[in-house]
Design a protein around this ligand. Structure first.
Ligand SMILES: Cc1ncc(COP(=O)(O)O)c(C=O)c1O
Length: 372
């Protein structure tokens, strides 16, 4: 259908990367890392040079998010997927309650279901619908996903949970662009290969004193076996020393720090403002065109980080995505594989410019309109 479509020169984006993770890492950051020569890569992560980068990144996140002084920026290897198990093993007492609205929130729920002594429950909505978490009496951890990357649904509200409950938020693809009130959150975690433009395999977990206390209490209860590498105490103690429990990829930390510095130059308010401007561009376009529609019907749940846009069945989104990829012009706008929809999923992350998103909308419109 789109085999003969050629993108006009004036619509070619300056960067083809529109994927929702791994996401666009600025070439300038890569060059800057190369210029560090012998000073970082290939040196010990327990020595000052690397620990200074870690410290700058932790402090940069603290100031970007305006964290309460007693919250800690805990880091480690393994990414958000590993944290699902770490949370189940070391932060949940007995019964977590999950708010599920897509593949990632469901995966977290399933991870907890695998732990024999836990009794997780969930409220699930159809994919594409929004859901806001509430406190659930009788449950000791509320699990929710700030931005469901698979469906492009974001949360619009957070509950104030009770004194014996933790609010845990998977913020993987929303962190940086969907602001929250940290005083309500006990665990806010993300992998940095999304808005924070780094590589995968790493996590940041922002913990309240209540979450740290819970982790310590569970670890003292020796009746529960927790593998060494999943222990919160190792992660917390090492993070306090600007280190990770085991060896990290130094490049990941470097890119994350560069992105935190970049975003701190503007500050969270301005970054969020830009994100909203991009979201308005994409959703207005999708509403205007007869052959497009935003997948998420309710406006307040439409993500300002990941846009999901359905295409009329008369056209094939996958074919157009492949044709653009083959020309080296647009990468990774396919829908989430397991969702199986005729859809584009487009990153509105900080490094994807408004101008390039505008070009992308024009490319898709032109391709579809000239195919009939
Ligand atoms: C919302 C969400 N949670 C968790 C994950 C898993 O992250 P990782 O692959 O870094 O473990 C992803 C990955 O895309 C995600 O989007």
């Amino acid at each position: 259908m789109f085999e003969n479509f050629k993108v006009p020169k004036d619509l070619i984006p300056t960067d083809p990367r529109f994927g929702v993770g791994p996401s666009l890492i600025p070439t300038e950051a890569v060059e800057k890392l190369a210029k560090t020569g012998h000073e970082l890569l290939g040196t010990s992560h327990r020595r000052e040079a690397v620990r200074n980068v870690v410290k700058e990144m932790q402090e940069g996140l603290r100031s970007y998010f305006h964290l309460p002084a007693d919250y800690e920026v805990v880091i480690g290897n393994g990414g958000a997927t590993l944290l699902w198990d770490m949370i189940g093993l070391g932060l949940v007492e007995k019964s977590p309650y999950h708010f599920v609205c897509g593949e990632f929130s469901d995966k977290w729920f399933r991870a907890n279901k695998n732990i024999p002594w836990l009794t997780p429950e969930a409220k699930k909505v159809d994919f594409g619908q929004g859901i806001n978490p509430t406190d659930m009496p009788g449950h000791d951890l509320i699990a929710c996903t700030l931005n469901e990357t698979s469906t492009g649904v974001m949360l619009s509200e957070l509950p104030q949970v009770g004194p014996n409950t933790l609010l845990a938020i998977d913020a993987t693809s929303g962190a940086g662009q969907i602001p929250i009130d940290f005083k309500k959150s006990d665990l806010y975690y993300f992998s940095p290969q999304k808005v924070f433009a780094s590589e995968g395999g790493f996590y940041v977990a922002i913990m309240s004193p209540k979450a740290i206390e819970r982790a310590q209490k569970i670890e003292k209860d020796h009746s529960r076996f927790v593998p060494e590498s999943f222990k919160w105490s190792h992660a917390i103690e090492n993070s306090r020393q600007n280190q990770t429990y085991n060896t990290p990829a130094i490049s990941t930390i470097f890119f994350l720090n560069e992105q935190v510095k970049l975003m701190n130059k503007l500050g969270e308010d301005q970054v969020v403002k830009e994100a909203k401007r991009k979201a308005a561009l994409l959703y207005e376009w999708a509403t205007e065109k007869s052959y497009l529609s935003p997948f998420v019907a309710e406006e307040k749940f439409r993500s300002q980080a990941v846009a999901t846009i359905d295409l009329s069945e008369k056209f094939k989104a996958d074919d157009l995505a492949s044709c653009l990829r083959a020309q080296g012009i647009v990468y990774d706008i396919d829908s989430y594989r397991k969702l199986g929809r005729n859809q584009f999923r487009i990153s509105m992350f900080h490094n994807v410019s408004y101008e390039n998103l505008e070009k992308l909308t024009k490319i898709i419109s032109l391709a579809v309109e000239s195919s009939v």
